[in-house]
Every structure is written in C-alpha cells, then in structure tokens.
Design a protein around this ligand. Structure first.
Ligand SMILES: NC(=O)C1=CN([C@@H]2O[C@H](COP(=O)(O)OP(=O)(O)OC[C@H]3O[C@@H](n4cnc5c(N)ncnc54)[C@H](OP(=O)(O)O)[C@@H]3O)[C@@H](O)[C@H]2O)C=CC1
Ligand SMILES: Nc1nc(=O)c2c([nH]1)NC[C@@H]1CN(c3ccc(C(=O)N[C@@H](CCC(=O)O)C(=O)O)cc3)C=[N+]21
Length: 291
C-alpha cells in the first residue's frame, strides 16, 4: 500500500507557482489575485476559505476575503459578484457553497464571469470541459487529475468507478477520466443512490473515486485487492484526542481499506489540499490569460 500524498503534491505545485510569481514580479507584471466570498458562519466553510487565503500568502498571490452575514440577500450577493467581475485587480474568485437558503446557488454561479470562475462551476466552463475545449476545470476534479498525473498512476484502459454524481465532483471527474487524454482513457462507471448492487460494481474498480458525503461508507469488502482509491469525502467527527475537539474523516473506512490498495488518498492530506492547489493554478491561468 502506498499513500497518494495530496499534501506533498499540492506543496510542489505551490512551489512552482511561487516561482512563477517571482518571475512575474521580476518582469514588472501584476501578481495573480484570488478573491473568496463567504456568506454566513459555517465552521467548515470558514476553515476552507481561510486555507485558501493562507495558501495565497504562501506563494505570493494577492488575496481578498469578502465575508457577508448569514442574512445577506441574493441581490447583495449578486452585487458582490458583479463588483468582482468588474474589478481588474481580481483575476479569479469563488463563492463558497453551500449558501444560505434565501440565495439561489445556480443564479450566483451564472452571474460569475466565466473567465474569472476559478471553481470551474459556470455552465460555459462545464460545457467546454464536456467538449474537451481547454478551459478552467472544476477545482476538485482537476486536483484529482493532477494527483494521478504527478504520481504516475496509469489510468488508460482501467475500469474507474465513481460513486456520486454531483455537478461539482462526481459528474465532472467521470467526464475527465473517460476522455482521451492522460490521465484519462479509463472506462468509467458512474454510481449514485439508485445504483443496484453497488458493492458488485465497486469490486470491479481498478480506480475507485468516492464522493458521496457519508462518513466511512466504503468498507473493505467493497474494494478489489490492488485497487487505487481516491476519497473525496471530508467530515468532522467529534474527538477528545484533538485540541479542536474534532477529527477529519473521509467517505472510506481508511484503516480497513488501505491494506487492500495499491494507492489510497488519506483524509486529511489527500484531495483537499489538491483542490486548493487547483484553485491557485486556475487563478494563475486566468491572470496570464492562458485560458
Ligand atoms: N476534498 C475536497 O476538496 C472536497 C470535498 N467534498 C466532500 O465530498 C463529499 C461529496 O461532496 P458532493 O459531491 O458535493 O456531494 P453531494 O451531496 O452533492 O452528492 C453526493 C452524491 O452521492 C450519492 N450518494 C449518496 N448516498 C449514496 C449511497 N448510499 N450510495 C450511492 N451513492 C450515494 C448521491 O446520489 P444521488 O444523486 O442519487 O442523490 C449524490 O450523487 C462530501 O463529503 C463533501 O464534503 C466536496 C467538495 C470538495
Ligand atoms: N465554491 C466552492 N468551492 C470549493 O472548492 C468548495 C466549496 N465551495 N465548498 C466546500 C468544498 C470543500 N472544499 C475543501 C477544500 C479544501 C479542503 C482541505 O484543504 N482540507 C484539508 C484539511 C483542512 C482542515 O484542517 O479542515 C485536508 O483534507 O487535508 C477541504 C475541502 C472545497 N469546497
């Protein structure tokens, strides 16, 4: 069993970006600037947004955090999006989801300028992805692709089983894994809550990607010997062993599944840091007008 080290891979990507920033500065250019909009006080969301700001600081990107109250109206969020669209200083931005219930997420996503949409959630970017036109790819699936690529994991001709069909994770990763490219060229099966005999299917996976949102859902009996397992799930579970009072766990029962795997991502230190690295990479791409 080998750990797929998302934290380390993300660090090497951040190191590369740091060098690019130094080069841009040396040439008198404008450093990339990422903004994040956070609405409300969800603890986990605050942690992720803070991690993004910290990562920007580490590599020399500019960063802006716009924190709006839980009661913010949809019109106010849309006005904030418009301001960021129009601000030449901002190369890319994200609006953290989930949003409070009075705000229509789809409306907000569609208001973001596609070439500032570093989350890759806008219909124009998802449409281009589907057609194989170079564009800003959704950050978590892109992070998984980078993780596979940078760790030399062969995907061509492999059976990749994805559990979960969300617009932000499961559906786009199934598209990217099946397309003609490297990584890619896998034979993909996309599973969801209506899938019958799920374990029968997951046991056929050479590469199993799990994005369900249920802690410890995947057990050892669902995984083939020698598989590669990528765990997207992230959950805070209460723990008296940590200062914060919680521990992070994935959708996979790591302790029992890991011994069967050739490669497996840990939680924390797996897909999460790669998502952040991809956001930064996307911001670099938009700032240099490379997409
Ligand atoms: N590490 C990171 O960077 C990120 C982590 N996450 C985490 O990943 C997880 C998934 O996120 P997300 O994709 O947004 O989740 P969603 O809740 O949007 O989607 C979950 C998917 O899982 C499917 N599902 C639920 N229960 C079952 C079941 N019993 N059997 C089979 N399929 C099932 C659902 O099926 P159906 O469509 O039929 O309802 C749905 O397609 C969460 O834990 C989230 O926190 C998310 C984004 C980034
Ligand atoms: N518009 C939008 N874009 C997102 O990309 C987005 C979002 N909304 N909403 C929530 C999910 C979740 N997400 C994570 C990012 C980083 C870690 C991450 O870095 N996790 C660390 C641990 C961090 C910690 O200590 O909590 C790890 O797994 O090692 C996790 C989860 C992005 N999301």
């Amino acid at each position: 069993m080998q750990l797929l080290d998302g934290k380390g891979t993300a660090q090497s990507i951040k190191d590369e970006l740091k060098e690019k920033v130094a080069q841009i500065k040396a040439e008198g250019g404008k450093v990339p600037h990422l903004a994040a909009v956070l609405v409300g006080n969800d603890g986990a969301s605050q942690t992720y947004v803070n991690a993004k700001v910290k990562a920007c600081e580490q590599i020399g990107f500019g960063s802006t955090l716009i924190h709006l109250s839980e009661e913010t109206s949809e019109a106010e969020v849309l006005a904030t999006v418009q301001k960021l669209n129009d601000d030449p200083e901002i190369d890319g931005f994200i609006v953290q989801v989930p949003l409070p219930k009075q705000i229509d997420e789809q409306k907000v996503v569609e208001a973001i300028l596609p070439n500032k949409d570093v989350d890759g959630f806008h219909p124009v970017n998802l449409g281009k992805m589907l057609l194989g036109i170079p564009t800003l790819l959704p950050a978590t699936p892109k992070g998984m692709m980078l993780l596979l690529e940078r760790n030399g994991i062969e995907t061509s001709g492999k059976h990749c089983v994805v559990i979960g069909r969300s617009n932000t994770v499961g559906t786009p990763i199934s598209v990217l894994m099946s397309r003609n490219g490297n990584p890619g060229n896998a034979t993909v099966t996309l599973c969801h809550s209506r899938t019958k005999n799920l374990a029968e299917i997951t046991k056929q996976a050479d590469i199993l990607i799990v994005a369900i949102g249920k802690e410890g859902f995947v057990s050892a009996d669902m995984v083939k010997e020698g598989a590669t397992v990528i765990d997207v799930g992230i959950h805070r579970v209460p723990s008296d062993q940590t200062k914060s009072g919680f521990k992070l766990k994935g959708d996979v029962k790591f302790d029992e599944v890991a011994p069967k795997c050739e490669f497996i991502t840990p939680v924390p230190g797996g897909v999460g840091p790669m998502t952040i690295a991809s956001l930064l990479w996307n911001t670099y791409l938009t700032s240099q007008k490379l997409v």
